[in-house]
Design a protein around this ligand. Structure first.
Ligand SMILES: NC(=O)c1ccc[n+]([C@@H]2O[C@H](COP(=O)([O-])OP(=O)(O)OC[C@H]3O[C@@H](n4cnc5c(N)ncnc54)[C@H](O)[C@@H]3O)[C@@H](O)[C@H]2O)c1
Length: 262
């Protein structure tokens, strides 16, 4: 029996990077996915990539910053597949500007998607999971970059520190209903977002494209960056009953980077 046989997982940010890797992993392992993203064109390619399993993917183009998106996705999962076993909010953005100049509008854009949107999605989808009356698992995405201060990145750092906090609070309140809530905290992972980090944070440091990645990788004990599939496989573990007694945890997946960058 495949790991996700008869299971239904909602994934946001499913058109790219970690979310895309996770959506494809879940269908490959027998599950059904509600795949959501703002980028409708990239999202449309997912069912084709899943080939014969495409009937087990329902794509929804929507804005994860919107507080009503959680209910929309929960309703879609129930109407298409009849239940919800897992939820993984992967949609996220990053911006770089000094705290001296960070405008309120950018603060709101980053926090509304990375934290407020995730909070209200967990609230609505968690309620639907509890109403379903069976066990479930929610996995949020944090970042190793929120553990220490990074210049020009306060809004993003606050959003991910907030993810760590709400993960623990939802875990506490949902535990009696059999819903586990954890977060994965990735280090340098090869996605579109990391390319943006390399370009934009690199530019702040006066580095040409590619050099920030080279510098970071040289400081990773395992000597390489992470593939999005390696994040997806840790999320998959947390989604299944293999992690049946794990809740409220922030799981770092960084090739050992934080061992010498506490
Ligand atoms: N890549 C890294 O090195 C890294 C490290 C730590 C944490 N993270 C986190 O991992 C998560 C996934 O990022 P990724 O690296 O796969 O990035 P990515 O850029 O490849 O994917 C992010 C997805 O989110 C979607 N998105 C953006 N705004 C949206 C909105 N308003 N509504 C719905 N969808 C929206 C994008 O269209 C994109 O498909 C993010 O939360 C990110 O902060 C990434």
């Amino acid at each position: 029996m495949k790991r996700f046989q008869d299971k239904v997982v909602i994934v946001t940010g499913a058109a790219s990077g970690m979310g895309r890797a996770l959506a494809l992993l879940v269908v490959r392992e027998g599950g059904s996915v509600v795949a959501a993203d703002l980028n409708a064109d990239a999202l449309d390619k997912i069912p084709a990539e899943a080939m014969e399993a495409s009937a087990r993917i329902r794509t929804i183009s929507c804005d994860s910053s919107d507080a009503t998106t959680g209910k929309l996705l929960a309703d879609a999962a129930i109407s298409s597949f009849g239940r919800i076993d897992g939820f993984v909010p992967c949609a996220g953005i990053i911006r770089f500007v000094s705290v001296r100049e960070l405008p309120p509008r950018q603060w709101d854009t980053v926090l509304n998607l990375n934290l407020r949107g995730v909070f209200f999605q967990i609230q609505a989808i968690g309620a639907a999971m509890i109403a379903g009356g069976h066990k479930g698992s929610i996995v949020a995405i944090s970042s190793t970059s929120c553990d220490g201060a990074r210049p020009n990145n306060a809004d993003y750092g606050v959003s991910k520190a907030g993810i760590n906090h709400i993960t623990k609070t939802f875990a506490l309140e949902f535990a009696p209903a059999g819903i586990r809530v954890n977060a994965v905290s990735p280090g340098v992972t090869e996605t579109a977002m990391w390319s943006q980090v390399d370009r934009e944070r690199g530019a702040f440091l006066g580095l040409p494209p590619g050099q920030l990645t080279e510098k970071m990788v040289s400081e990773i004990p395992m000597g390489r960056s992470c593939k999005p599939e390696e994040i997806a496989s840790v999320i998959a573990f947390l989604l299944t009953e293999e992690a049946s007694y794990v809740t409220g945890q922030i799981i770092t997946v960084d090739g050992g980077f934080k061992l010498n960058h506490p």
